[in-house]
Design a protein around this ligand. Structure first.
Ligand code: XMP
Length: 506
């Protein structure tokens, strides 16, 4: 495996994804919590950072401990760090070094640059520059304005690169990473979905033996893939629970339950709609709605879990981005919404936790799901928030509003599918606005509610742009909703990006 030491760069996870795309296993660790480096570690990558090596509080790590014993690749801050604390000097750069640049010198016979041509485009993003290098450093690539774009410490396998090979704008970045990982670190590219499945199932079998596991399914990708993996490892000892909270999409409860049963999962569906509606009655504050839903879910789930005799484990579909320990950079990032129910596990369940996907990124979860033969409809499903339609009904939630929204949402999503755009959209949904407006139907004046359509493109939900859906598709959806959904006389489309707006309206 490869260790990636994180100095707080926004690109660290991207480095890991690129390494994984080359079918090589890697782990991200904070620079100040380096795990034991044993035989399994074939090389180390040092990430970029928002810090400057010239700052007093610049992050440090024991470079010398690994220099000459393992291949090391410093990227941006990582490269500056090694240069600065190894006899060279890093200064604030006089010209801005952001964006595209081209390598006008490449040392062709250097193994790091195998098959990377002179002229190759790279992506720079840094305020500091390596002004001077020590005598045992050799420059192996330069751009017009950055002389030390890449270096090697002569006679060692320590390299530094000033640009970011992990972003797609560095056109030969993947080749460069492959050169480092395969030719220099001698990693084998055998970390594939099939090998992951094989080893994970063996590990789960050894860990769980004849123990019973209870797992809450949501219909989403992660919990489904986690369930199928666990099912293949322990069969009927996996007890799945699927709660109908009355806030799912139209007909979703039944269709998801059916498809899970088809997969042979041991699953219990629980109709708890009324309990959720009761808890939500008269509550209009978004955070209070989330809390009420979270509380009832835990109660319902706990009741169901108690019915499984002798259960000792809780299965969860947690994925890698949720467990990577982040390096705090200046100023804690503000919690904007009480998202994702992190830490929502009640003490009284006292179960051990098993998380078979906690080393995988989302795209890897999908690849593993595909290799496991899971229905593409489940794997390709848009993200859907845990509190469901409750946070897409602005203000208080009633069963009547849920039904109206379910109808409008179903028309919307079905049209995205039949119009061939569903898979191009990252997430879409209809929102029920607490606004009434005047309309006219036949000779009658109407005074009814507004539905807003939202569709966004995104990579991870952190930032998003609104989708430029075709006008004729929007026209068709609007017509169908207004003609078929009683109580709605107006449809609007949300053209805000995130930031400054969020994806959901609550
Ligand atoms: P925002 O609205 O913050 O949403 O731009 C980003 C992503 O998070 C989802 N989301 C939630 N998911 N519980 C969840 O499980 C929540 O309370 C919640 N709020 C937002 C949202 O659907 C989008 O994918």
């Amino acid at each position: 495996k490869i260790l990636i030491l994180d100095f707080g760069s926004q690109f660290t996870q991207l480095i890991a994804r690129r390494v994984r795309e080359l079918n090589i296993y890697c782990e991200i660790h904070p620079f100040n919590k380096v795990p034991e480096v044993d035989q399994s570690v074939k090389g180390i990558i040092l990430s970029g950072s928002p810090y400057s090596v010239r700052q007093d509080d610049a992050p440090h790590f024991e470079f010398i401990k690994h220099h000459k014993t393992l291949p090391i690749l410093g990227v941006c801050y990582g490269a500056q760090y090694i240069a600065h604390f190894h006899g060279g000097e890093v200064l604030a750069s006089s010209t801005r070094e952001y964006g595209r640049a081209n390598l006008d010198f490449v040392k062709q016979d250097n193994p790091l640059f195998k098959d990377v041509p002179t002229g190759s485009q790279v992506w720079m993003s840094h305020a500091d520059t390596i002004a001077r290098i020590a005598g045992d450093f050799e420059i192996i690539a330069s751009t017009d304005s950055v002389k030390v774009a890449a270096y090697q410490i002569t006679g060692t396998q320590t390299y530094g690169i000033q640009f970011h090979p992990e972003v797609t704008h560095s056109t030969d970045g993947k080749q460069l990473l492959q050169n480092f990982l395969v030719d220099i670190c001698h990693c084998t590219q055998d970390w594939t979905p099939d090998s992951f499945i094989e080893t994970t199932i063996a590990e789960l079998k050894a860990k769980l033996g004849d123990d019973k596991v209870v797992l809450g399914l949501s219909g989403g990708v992660d919990s489904s893939v986690a369930a199928v993996l666990l099912h293949q490892a322990i069969g009927k000892n996996l007890h799945c629970i699927f709660v109908d909270n009355g806030l799912l999409r139209k007909d979703e409860y039944q269709s998801v339950l059916d498809s899970y049963q088809h997969m042979g999962l041991n699953i219990k569906g629980i109709d708890a709609k009324q309990r959720f509606y009761d808890a939500l009655a008269g509550v209009s504050d978004p955070e209070k709605k989330r809390k009420a839903i979270g509380r009832v879910f835990i109660e319902v789930f706990d009741d169901a879990a108690h019915e499984v005799q002798g259960v000792s484990w809780l299965g969860q579909g947690t994925i890698y981005p949720d467990v990577i320990e982040s390096v705090s950079v200046k100023g804690p990032s503000a919690t904007i919404k009480s998202h994702h129910n992190v830490g929502g596990l009640p003490d009284f369940m006292k179960l051990k936790v098993v998380e078979p996907l906690n080393t995988l990124f989302k795209d890897e979860v999908r690849r593993v799901g595909k290799a496991l033969g899971i229905d593409p409809n489940i794997l390709g499903r848009h993200p859907f928030p845990g509190p469901g339609l409750a946070i897409r009904i602005l203000g208080d939630v009633t069963p009547e509003k849920v039904e109206i929204l379910q109808q409008a949402d179903a028309i919307y999503i079905n049209n995205l599918r039949s119009g061939g755009v569903y898979d191009k959209v990252w997430q879409a949904g209809a929102i029920y606005l607490p606004v009434q407006s005047v309309g006219v139907m036949g000779d009658e004046r109407t005074y009814e509610n507004v539905i807003c359509l939202r569709a966004v493109e995104s990579l991870d939900g952190m930032t998003a742009d609104w989708c430029h859906l075709p006008y004729d598709l929007l026209a068709k959806i609007s017509n169908e909703i207004i003609n078929n959904v009683k109580g709605i006389n107006r449809v609007v489309y949300d053209i805000s990006s995130k930031p400054p707006a969020t994806i959901e309206w609550e």
